[in-house]
Design a protein around this ligand. Structure first.
Ligand code: ATP
Ligand code: MG
Length: 408
């Protein structure tokens, strides 16, 4: 892909989501696996497909809100009922709880969508003029990479609650795509539904364009000879590669992450699919835009910051200091360090002959500056990762890697 194409807006973003991810899912043996039917996978050339939509009576659904745009709220929460969207593969799956009740509801206009890199989050391709652009994150109970992609009431509630909470995080390099609306069909504790994620980053800034972070370093499936977008950016700006990458991309990711963790106890899973680089018309990186807020929350950090726990479940699935340290390590060392920064450093090495250790040393410095009390919350001398045989739900089993931290 040519860097100039990034400025083409929605179509360009969709192209990167679907096709500029080549070679980026090698961080674990499960990362490239999917049980989604081939026609719903992002990298396939099916241009679009339709979500099934029904009108659900207001008293049969729970609706969660984080300051949705009024046009979007009116589009989904209507006088005749709530527009309830279902992935076609979920709709066809007789094993899905409560589906009989949902299938009995009146059908409404299907929604034309295209998948993003996560497969179960899709972009709406058409919407009325008064409705702002949106993604839908769907209940899709098949295994995609490590996890079964269910979207239960708890996930919906917490994603919206974290979106609401992040409105309080003020940092000039931080922005986010909020899950402003969530709808769950009442079945029982296994209720499921969908999230509506707005395409416009908050806080709003005009004249900005998004690049999913994996598309900075991944290959383009359709143009295998094209240079990675990151290399095109560095060359276009005639920038010094290490300073450009550390100061403009990696340091902002670390700083945003440390702020959310320390100030709000929210452990953003800032890997390369959950972050997008926002650039201006001159290609200058301005902010890191975050998405996907079904994340762990550290109750201890919330308490220290004087904040409540408006989340369902027990926050971080950890009640000992040891378990908390393991989760901090998993999210920072693995999701950010290993699944994201390692690839960026690899591009610097392959295209500019940079010694990756120089990049790591610079980032370690940034990390300790942004997170001065890290040694209290992280395992100082080692890292944790998912156990290879982890179950596909979130009852995660972690294992001690017995290796010193690389990016902190
Ligand atoms: N380069 C990448 N790095 C990480 N994950 C990737 C990458 N490319 C595609 N993915 C896919 O994105 C998903 C990442 O999982 P994660 O739990 O962050 O997202 P999600 O909750 O399914 O959706 P969303 O991010 O839209 O809220 C997986 O399905 C994974 O296969
Ligand atoms: Mg994600």
């Amino acid at each position: 892909m040519d860097l100039a194409a990034v400025f083409q807006g929605k179509q360009a973003l969709l192209y990167m989501e679907r096709y500029v991810d080549e070679g980026a899912r090698t961080y674990s043996s499960l990362a490239g696996q999917t049980e989604a039917a081939p026609r719903y996978r992002p990298e396939r050339d099916t241009p679009a497909f339709e979500l099934v939509a029904v009108d659900a009576p207001r008293d049969r659904v729970s609706v969660f809100r984080a300051d949705p745009s009024p046009g979007l709220l009116q589009h989904f929460v209507r006088p005749q009922g709530v527009l309830f969207a279902v992935h076609p593969e979920t709709w066809a799956n007789d094993a899905v709880e409560g589906l009989g009740d949902i299938r009995a509801l009146p059908r409404t206009m299907p929604i034309r969508v295209a998948p993003t890199a996560s497969t179960r989050t899709v972009l709406a391709l058409e919407h009325p003029e008064n409705v702002p652009g949106y993604f839908l994150k769907l209940h899709y109970p098949v295994r995609i990479s490590r996890f079964n992609r269910e979207l239960r009431l708890k996930n919906i509630h917490n994603s919206v609650a974290v979106s609401r909470d992040l409105a309080n995080l003020q940092f000039e390099k931080f922005a986010y795509l909020p899950d402003t609306l969530g709808v769950a069909f009442r079945v029982n504790e296994k209720s499921w539904g969908f999230l509506v994620r707005e395409t416009r980053a908050r806080p709003f800034a005009a004249g900005r364009f998004l690049i999913p972070c994996f598309a900075l370093y991944a290959g383009d499936l359709n143009h295998p000879d094209a240079s990675p977008l990151l290399v095109q950016m560095i060359d276009r700006m005639a920038a010094e590669p290490v300073s450009f990458v550390v100061d403009r991309i990696l340091a902002p990711v670390v700083e945003c992450w440390a702020r959310a963790a320390r100030e709000r106890g929210i452990l953003l899973e800032s890997h390369a699919q959950n972050t997008l680089l926002e650039i201006d018309r001159d290609c200058v990186p301005r902010r890191v835009v975050h998405r996907d807020f079904d994340v762990w929350v550290d109750p201890g950090a919330r308490r220290r910051a004087g904040l409540g726990m408006p989340f369902l479940g027990r926050g971080m699935a950890a009640d000992t200091d040891e378990a908390v340290r393991q989760h901090y390590s998993l999210v920072y060392d693995q999701f950010i360090g290993h699944h994201f920064f390692d690839y960026v450093a690899g591009v610097l090495k392959s295209h500019y002959g940079v010694d990756e250790e120089i990049v790591r040393a610079r980032v370690r410095e940034v990390f300790h500056h942004a997170f001065p009390d890290a040694d209290r919350l992280f395992p100082v001398r080692t890292m944790f990762k998912f156990r290879t045989e982890s179950p596909p739900n979130r009852n995660v089993l972690l294992e001690d890697m017995r290796q010193p931290p690389v990016w902190r």
